[in-house]
Structure formats: C-alpha cells, structure tokens
Design a protein around this ligand. Sequence first.
Ligand SMILES: Cc1ncc(COP(=O)(O)O)c(C=O)c1O
Length: 388
Amino acid sequence: MNTRFTRRHFMGSAAAAFGALGLRPQSALGVALRPPPPGLAPLTLYDDLAKLSSNENPYGPSDRMMASMNAAWKYSNRYGYPDGDIHEKIAEHHGVGTRNIIMNAGSGETLKVAGITFLDHREKVVGVEPTYTSVYRVASGIDADVIARPLLADHTQDIDDLIKVTTRNYRDVGLVYVVNPNNPTGVVVPDADIRRLLDGIPEDIPVLIDEAYHHFVRDPAYSSAVKYIKEGRKVIVTRTFSKIYGMAGLRLGYGVAPAEMISEMRTYATGSVNALVRWGAVAALEDHESEAWVRDTTIKLREATANELRKQGFEVIPSETNFFMVHTGRPASEVRAEFRKRDVAVGRDFPPMLDYLRVSIGTEEEMKRFIVAWNEIFPDGMTTGGAR
Ligand SMILES: Cc1ncc(COP(=O)(O)O)c(C=O)c1O
C-alpha cells in the first residue's frame, strides 16, 4: 500500500524536523520561510472595562463590513490597489463631485486640516463652549485665537450670539465652528438656525459644521448642512466612520466642501487612509440594515438609561446622539473616579459643565453595569449629590 502524503503533511513534518535541528525551514530555493505568527496578545485590563467614555460604537463593524475588509487584507502590502472606489462612493452618497470630498484618517484629521488651512496666526475661530475641542486646540497651536461663547441655559448653541460675535470681529475671524449635534451635550442646532447663521454672517467666512453624530439624529428640525455647499456657500461638513459604523480604531473620516476649499485643504493633508478601512467603508455605505440596527438599539438603550436616572430625580439633557449628559450635582471628576473603581469608564470633564457627566451608550450589558454602579454611587438618588 502506498503511503499518501499531502503537501501540507509534508511541509508540517519538514518544519518539525527543521525545528528539532534549530534551523528555520527553507523553501526549495533555499530561502528561509517566514516564521509563524506569535500567539494573540493576552487580554488587558482595558478589555474588561465598560467603555462609556469616548462615544464609540460598542458593536464594531457589521458582518458585511468585516467580510469586505477581510477580502482586502491582500492589499495591505500594496500602493495603488483597487479600493472599491470609496472616494466616488462618498461623493455619490452626498450627491456631490469627487472634487468636493477630502478623505482623512478620521474626521479629527479633517478638522485639524480645516483649522490649519483657514486659520492664520492671530486669526480667530468662533464657536461655543463646551464643544469638541480639536479645532480650538489646533488654533492655540498655531497662535490663532479662540472665541468660545457659552451655551444658553437650555444647553442650546446661541446662534444670535455667534452671529453678533462673528460680525463684530469680521476682519479677524478665519472660521466659525459648529458641532451639530453638539458633543458633549447631544443637543442639535435646528436647520433653521444653521441657515440663519449662514445668512447672518459675512458670506466669505468659512463655516465648519461637524456632523460626527448625524446618523443618530431623529429630530425632524435637524438637517445636514451639505445642501448649503450645493448652494455655493463656504461651508465644510465633516463626517466620520468612527461612530455609527464602528470603525474608530481603523480611522476614516472626510470633509465635504466647495472644490476650491477642498483643494486648499489638500495641501495640508496626507490623504493616507488604509486599505481595510476603505473596503469596510464601501460596505458600510451599503449596509443600511446594520446602520438602522445600531441607531435604533443605541437610542433604545439611551432612552432606557436616561429615564432610569430621571426617575431618580436627575436632570438628563435630551440627546440626539449615542451619549447623554446627566447633572450629577457634584464634581463629575469625583463621580468618574467612583465609576473607575467599578471598571466603568465614563466621559472626561467638559468645563464649564463640571457637575455634568457625559455617558456614552454601550451594549445592553454595559448599560446594566453602568446602572448598578450608579445606584451604588448615588444610593439615595439625587439627594446624595446635595443639589436637588
Ligand atoms: C464632534 C466630534 N467630531 C470629531 C470627532 C473625531 O472622530 P474621528 O477622528 O474618529 O472621526 C469626534 C470624536 O469623538 C467628535 O466627538
């Protein structure tokens, strides 16, 4: 009887024999074969945390996105590989041309590039506080000034005030920055207010509208500002694949703007976006079912959690995003430390709202852990904070 050797069997026993001799297996040409990959890194403390601190999507990419990315590994050693035409697909998604789109490694990079492009030394960026601070940090880094105006008592952005301040400083304002819906409050700027802002300031001032949480909004008064770009206004809208599509660690964001503004911004951007995320994004834009599931599940968990806190007497700011802010009535930093002891990470400080805590929406299990910890930290409801 013949002994039948498969190729794999042969390679396996050859490798074992070479291994025993302390030699690396070699190919037929005498070239050393690539060593086997090391085992997976052990779990870290990080993996055990309920991560409710960075407004991430706890579910990650959908199966369809994973399949698309897995098929793209073969391009990881290439330049100029097929990329599913993601740039064209994003342009199509918004009904604009490819010259109106700049892709970056996360919308954080797009914001940074917009700041560097449109702000000069001693120019000013106008916006509110608290908000997402990346543009303000860029401004400080290049010696531009930040005019950060307070929110109104109902936590909305004071559009009349932004118009007034921008017009008053007209000559020096390089950029107006509006996060819609705002982070950390989760509150939207209605479309009518965005239009009023654009109509109320000199038309040559660029307005940067950060729509990172666009996909979670249900308020019919809200609408994306991309239509103002189509009207020919100097508006830049930024979007990200980090939130609804669950790809924060893979890094893809983009800006939509008039073609001249995009080409100015390109000077300062690398446009360096990896092969996997490009293919993941192509699938993400087509996977409407998964997008709706993430949105609906997130909103359901957000409302259930917020209502539980409201029942205990806490003020929760109505949110249109994948996070909410709750009034703790005592320094949020103390509350955060208490959560951390219980392996729950919650949002950082957002001055001047230092007795409000921002909580991102995780999985159902994570939100249960949040409520258990909350009940331990505030055993008597709002009265524990002493600020009823
Ligand atoms: C309002 C806002 N804009 C932009 C970003 C940046 O996101 P990314 O760089 O992952 O696209 C974030 C992230 O939390 C955000 O909250």
